[in-house]
Design a protein around this ligand. Structure first.
Ligand code: NDP
Length: 246
Protein backbone atom coordinates (compact mmCIF):
# COMPACT_ATOMS: atom_id res chain seq x y z
CA UNK A 1 0.00 0.00 0.00
CA UNK A 2 1.18 3.60 -0.55
CA UNK A 3 3.65 4.94 1.99
CA UNK A 4 1.26 7.46 3.60
CA UNK A 5 -1.87 5.27 3.51
CA UNK A 6 -4.07 5.97 6.53
CA UNK A 7 -2.42 9.34 7.25
CA UNK A 8 -4.08 12.74 7.13
CA UNK A 9 -2.28 15.97 6.19
CA UNK A 10 -2.93 19.70 6.25
CA UNK A 11 -1.04 22.00 3.84
CA UNK A 12 -1.34 25.78 4.07
CA UNK A 13 -1.50 27.61 0.73
CA UNK A 14 -2.22 24.52 -1.36
CA UNK A 15 -4.05 26.15 -4.26
CA UNK A 16 -1.01 27.07 -6.37
CA UNK A 17 2.74 26.67 -6.78
CA UNK A 18 4.83 24.67 -4.33
CA UNK A 19 1.84 24.06 -2.04
CA UNK A 20 -0.23 22.50 -4.84
CA UNK A 21 2.71 20.24 -5.75
CA UNK A 22 2.95 19.14 -2.11
CA UNK A 23 -0.80 18.45 -1.94
CA UNK A 24 -0.60 16.31 -5.12
CA UNK A 25 2.46 14.42 -3.88
CA UNK A 26 1.06 13.63 -0.42
CA UNK A 27 -2.21 12.49 -2.03
CA UNK A 28 -0.30 10.30 -4.49
CA UNK A 29 1.56 8.80 -1.53
CA UNK A 30 -1.78 7.81 -0.02
CA UNK A 31 -2.57 10.55 2.51
CA UNK A 32 -5.93 12.27 2.83
CA UNK A 33 -5.01 15.92 2.27
CA UNK A 34 -6.73 19.07 3.47
CA UNK A 35 -5.34 22.40 2.35
CA UNK A 36 -6.01 26.08 2.82
CA UNK A 37 -6.07 28.87 0.29
CA UNK A 38 -6.55 32.61 0.50
CA UNK A 39 -8.27 33.80 -2.68
CA UNK A 40 -7.87 31.16 -5.41
CA UNK A 41 -11.13 29.27 -4.89
CA UNK A 42 -11.39 27.99 -8.47
CA UNK A 43 -7.85 26.57 -8.42
CA UNK A 44 -8.47 25.02 -5.01
CA UNK A 45 -11.65 23.30 -6.10
CA UNK A 46 -10.03 22.11 -9.35
CA UNK A 47 -7.24 20.51 -7.32
CA UNK A 48 -9.66 18.70 -5.01
CA UNK A 49 -11.60 17.45 -8.07
CA UNK A 50 -8.35 16.25 -9.66
CA UNK A 51 -7.30 14.33 -6.53
CA UNK A 52 -10.73 12.83 -5.89
CA UNK A 53 -10.87 11.83 -9.58
CA UNK A 54 -7.63 9.91 -9.12
CA UNK A 55 -9.14 8.04 -6.17
CA UNK A 56 -7.68 10.21 -3.40
CA UNK A 57 -9.26 12.28 -0.66
CA UNK A 58 -8.90 16.08 -0.61
CA UNK A 59 -10.53 18.98 1.21
CA UNK A 60 -10.04 22.68 0.40
CA UNK A 61 -10.68 25.25 3.14
CA UNK A 62 -10.59 29.02 2.65
CA UNK A 63 -8.50 30.58 5.44
CA UNK A 64 -6.18 33.57 5.33
CA UNK A 65 -3.11 32.55 7.33
CA UNK A 66 -2.88 36.06 8.77
CA UNK A 67 -6.19 35.39 10.57
CA UNK A 68 -5.22 33.15 13.49
CA UNK A 69 -8.80 32.21 14.34
CA UNK A 70 -9.56 31.25 10.74
CA UNK A 71 -6.37 29.19 10.48
CA UNK A 72 -7.08 27.33 13.74
CA UNK A 73 -10.65 26.68 12.66
CA UNK A 74 -9.46 25.32 9.30
CA UNK A 75 -7.07 22.90 10.99
CA UNK A 76 -9.68 21.78 13.50
CA UNK A 77 -12.20 21.26 10.71
CA UNK A 78 -9.71 19.24 8.67
CA UNK A 79 -8.89 17.01 11.64
CA UNK A 80 -12.60 16.48 12.34
CA UNK A 81 -13.51 15.70 8.72
CA UNK A 82 -10.52 13.48 8.03
CA UNK A 83 -10.78 11.83 11.45
CA UNK A 84 -7.16 12.52 12.43
CA UNK A 85 -4.12 14.70 11.67
CA UNK A 86 -0.60 13.32 11.19
CA UNK A 87 1.15 15.83 8.94
CA UNK A 88 1.27 19.65 8.78
CA UNK A 89 3.05 21.54 6.01
CA UNK A 90 3.36 25.31 6.53
CA UNK A 91 3.80 26.46 2.95
CA UNK A 92 1.70 29.63 2.57
CA UNK A 93 3.94 32.62 2.18
CA UNK A 94 4.19 36.09 0.72
CA UNK A 95 7.20 37.94 -0.70
CA UNK A 96 7.06 41.71 -0.69
CA UNK A 97 10.22 43.36 -2.01
CA UNK A 98 10.78 47.09 -1.84
CA UNK A 99 13.22 49.91 -1.36
CA UNK A 100 14.23 50.70 2.20
CA UNK A 101 12.98 54.26 2.19
CA UNK A 102 9.50 53.53 0.88
CA UNK A 103 8.92 50.06 2.40
CA UNK A 104 5.56 50.17 4.15
CA UNK A 105 5.21 48.87 7.69
CA UNK A 106 1.87 47.35 6.65
CA UNK A 107 3.84 45.10 4.30
CA UNK A 108 6.35 44.22 7.02
CA UNK A 109 3.49 43.27 9.37
CA UNK A 110 1.68 41.26 6.68
CA UNK A 111 4.91 39.38 5.88
CA UNK A 112 5.51 38.47 9.51
CA UNK A 113 1.83 37.55 10.04
CA UNK A 114 1.73 35.11 7.11
CA UNK A 115 5.31 33.82 6.98
CA UNK A 116 6.04 33.56 10.72
CA UNK A 117 3.11 34.07 13.10
CA UNK A 118 0.86 31.72 11.13
CA UNK A 119 3.49 28.97 11.33
CA UNK A 120 3.43 29.15 15.13
CA UNK A 121 -0.38 29.28 15.20
CA UNK A 122 -0.70 26.28 12.87
CA UNK A 123 1.83 24.21 14.81
CA UNK A 124 0.02 24.98 18.06
CA UNK A 125 -3.34 23.99 16.57
CA UNK A 126 -2.13 20.92 14.67
CA UNK A 127 -0.07 19.52 17.54
CA UNK A 128 -3.25 19.18 19.60
CA UNK A 129 -4.48 16.62 17.08
CA UNK A 130 -1.20 14.77 16.46
CA UNK A 131 0.05 11.64 18.12
CA UNK A 132 3.39 9.83 18.19
CA UNK A 133 5.05 9.98 14.78
CA UNK A 134 3.53 13.29 13.74
CA UNK A 135 5.37 15.29 11.09
CA UNK A 136 5.65 19.04 10.52
CA UNK A 137 7.46 20.74 7.62
CA UNK A 138 7.88 24.48 7.20
CA UNK A 139 8.73 25.99 3.82
CA UNK A 140 11.42 28.56 4.51
CA UNK A 141 13.84 29.86 1.91
CA UNK A 142 17.50 29.91 0.95
CA UNK A 143 17.12 33.66 1.48
CA UNK A 144 17.40 32.96 5.22
CA UNK A 145 21.03 32.05 4.46
CA UNK A 146 21.77 34.41 1.60
CA UNK A 147 19.97 37.56 0.46
CA UNK A 148 22.13 38.86 -2.36
CA UNK A 149 19.94 41.82 -3.41
CA UNK A 150 18.65 45.07 -1.97
CA UNK A 151 14.95 45.15 -1.18
CA UNK A 152 14.62 41.67 0.27
CA UNK A 153 15.46 42.34 3.91
CA UNK A 154 11.95 41.84 5.29
CA UNK A 155 11.42 38.60 3.35
CA UNK A 156 14.86 37.33 4.48
CA UNK A 157 14.00 38.25 8.08
CA UNK A 158 10.77 36.27 7.92
CA UNK A 159 12.49 33.17 6.56
CA UNK A 160 15.41 33.47 9.01
CA UNK A 161 12.85 33.53 11.83
CA UNK A 162 11.67 30.10 10.68
CA UNK A 163 15.17 28.68 11.25
CA UNK A 164 15.03 29.51 14.97
CA UNK A 165 11.35 28.69 15.32
CA UNK A 166 11.98 25.23 13.85
CA UNK A 167 14.89 24.58 16.21
CA UNK A 168 12.90 25.57 19.27
CA UNK A 169 9.73 23.74 18.30
CA UNK A 170 11.74 20.55 17.74
CA UNK A 171 12.42 20.62 21.50
CA UNK A 172 8.75 21.17 22.35
CA UNK A 173 7.56 18.37 20.05
CA UNK A 174 10.37 15.83 20.41
CA UNK A 175 9.09 14.24 23.63
CA UNK A 176 5.88 13.44 21.74
CA UNK A 177 7.73 11.81 18.86
CA UNK A 178 6.79 14.62 16.46
CA UNK A 179 9.45 15.95 14.08
CA UNK A 180 9.60 19.45 12.57
CA UNK A 181 11.91 20.64 9.81
CA UNK A 182 12.44 23.66 7.59
CA UNK A 183 12.81 23.12 3.84
CA UNK A 184 14.67 26.04 2.24
CA UNK A 185 14.15 26.22 -1.53
CA UNK A 186 16.07 28.38 -3.94
CA UNK A 187 14.29 29.68 -7.06
CA UNK A 188 11.24 27.54 -7.85
CA UNK A 189 9.11 28.06 -10.95
CA UNK A 190 5.79 29.42 -9.60
CA UNK A 191 3.67 32.55 -9.93
CA UNK A 192 5.80 34.07 -7.13
CA UNK A 193 9.03 33.49 -9.07
CA UNK A 194 8.51 32.55 -12.74
CA UNK A 195 11.43 30.84 -14.47
CA UNK A 196 10.98 33.26 -17.40
CA UNK A 197 10.72 36.38 -15.19
CA UNK A 198 13.00 39.42 -15.34
CA UNK A 199 14.96 38.31 -12.24
CA UNK A 200 15.58 34.73 -13.40
CA UNK A 201 18.92 35.15 -15.19
CA UNK A 202 20.38 37.07 -12.25
CA UNK A 203 19.35 34.28 -9.90
CA UNK A 204 20.79 31.56 -12.12
CA UNK A 205 24.12 33.40 -12.16
CA UNK A 206 24.41 32.84 -8.39
CA UNK A 207 23.71 29.11 -8.52
CA UNK A 208 25.78 25.95 -8.97
CA UNK A 209 22.86 24.34 -10.84
CA UNK A 210 21.70 27.27 -12.93
CA UNK A 211 17.97 26.75 -13.27
CA UNK A 212 14.74 27.11 -11.33
CA UNK A 213 13.55 24.01 -9.48
CA UNK A 214 10.25 22.42 -10.46
CA UNK A 215 7.71 22.52 -7.60
CA UNK A 216 7.64 18.69 -7.68
CA UNK A 217 11.32 18.65 -6.64
CA UNK A 218 10.44 20.54 -3.45
CA UNK A 219 7.47 18.23 -2.88
CA UNK A 220 9.81 15.22 -3.09
CA UNK A 221 11.93 16.51 -0.20
CA UNK A 222 8.77 17.15 1.81
CA UNK A 223 7.56 13.62 1.02
CA UNK A 224 10.76 12.19 2.52
CA UNK A 225 10.55 14.34 5.65
CA UNK A 226 6.91 13.40 6.38
CA UNK A 227 7.52 9.70 5.71
CA UNK A 228 8.21 6.87 8.15
CA UNK A 229 11.99 6.76 7.46
CA UNK A 230 12.67 10.37 8.58
CA UNK A 231 12.00 9.92 12.28
CA UNK A 232 15.50 11.07 13.29
CA UNK A 233 15.46 14.26 11.21
CA UNK A 234 14.22 17.15 13.35
CA UNK A 235 15.01 20.79 14.08
CA UNK A 236 16.87 21.04 10.79
CA UNK A 237 16.94 23.57 8.00
CA UNK A 238 17.53 21.78 4.72
CA UNK A 239 18.58 23.66 1.58
CA UNK A 240 17.19 22.61 -1.79
CA UNK A 241 18.51 25.54 -3.79
CA UNK A 242 20.83 24.39 -6.57
CA UNK A 243 23.74 25.80 -4.58
CA UNK A 244 22.33 29.35 -4.34
CA UNK A 245 23.71 29.70 -0.80
CA UNK A 246 26.85 27.61 -1.37
P1 NDP B 1 2.83 31.33 -4.90
O1 NDP B 1 2.66 32.79 -4.71
O2 NDP B 1 3.02 30.80 -6.27
O3 NDP B 1 1.63 30.56 -4.18
C1 NDP B 1 1.34 30.89 -2.86
C2 NDP B 1 0.32 29.94 -2.28
O4 NDP B 1 0.14 30.31 -0.90
C3 NDP B 1 -1.02 30.06 -2.94
O5 NDP B 1 -1.67 28.82 -2.88
C4 NDP B 1 -1.71 31.10 -2.07
O6 NDP B 1 -3.13 30.98 -2.03
C5 NDP B 1 -1.17 30.75 -0.71
N1 NDP B 1 -1.21 31.89 0.19
C6 NDP B 1 -0.54 33.08 0.07
N2 NDP B 1 -0.86 33.89 1.08
C7 NDP B 1 -1.74 33.22 1.84
C8 NDP B 1 -2.44 33.53 3.03
N3 NDP B 1 -2.31 34.71 3.63
N4 NDP B 1 -3.26 32.59 3.56
C9 NDP B 1 -3.43 31.40 2.95
N5 NDP B 1 -2.80 31.04 1.83
C10 NDP B 1 -1.96 31.95 1.28
O7 NDP B 1 4.09 30.96 -4.00
P2 NDP B 1 5.13 29.74 -4.08
O8 NDP B 1 4.43 28.48 -4.33
O9 NDP B 1 6.26 30.14 -4.94
O10 NDP B 1 5.68 29.77 -2.56
C11 NDP B 1 5.26 28.87 -1.56
C12 NDP B 1 6.20 29.00 -0.37
O11 NDP B 1 7.53 28.73 -0.79
C13 NDP B 1 6.23 30.40 0.26
O12 NDP B 1 6.36 30.27 1.65
C14 NDP B 1 7.48 31.01 -0.35
O13 NDP B 1 8.01 32.03 0.46
C15 NDP B 1 8.37 29.80 -0.42
N6 NDP B 1 9.47 29.91 -1.37
C16 NDP B 1 9.23 30.10 -2.71
C17 NDP B 1 10.31 30.18 -3.58
C18 NDP B 1 10.14 30.38 -5.05
O14 NDP B 1 11.14 30.66 -5.73
N7 NDP B 1 8.95 30.25 -5.61
C19 NDP B 1 11.70 30.08 -3.10
C20 NDP B 1 11.82 29.85 -1.68
C21 NDP B 1 10.74 29.77 -0.88
P3 NDP B 1 -4.06 31.71 -3.16
O15 NDP B 1 -3.86 30.89 -4.41
O16 NDP B 1 -5.44 31.58 -2.62
O17 NDP B 1 -3.57 33.09 -3.31
Amino acid sequence: SPILAGKAAFVTGGSRGIGAAIVRRLARDGAAVAFSYAGSQAAALALTTEIEGAGGRALAVQADSADADALRAAIDRAAAQLGRLDILVNNAGVAVMGELDSFRLEDLDRTLDVNVRAVFVAVQAAARHMGQGGRIVNIGSTNAERMPWAGGAVYAMSKAAIVGLTRGLARDLGPRGITINNVQPGPVNTDMNPADGPMAAGMHGLMAIDRHAHPDEIAAMVAYLVGPEAGMVTGGSLLIDGGFAA
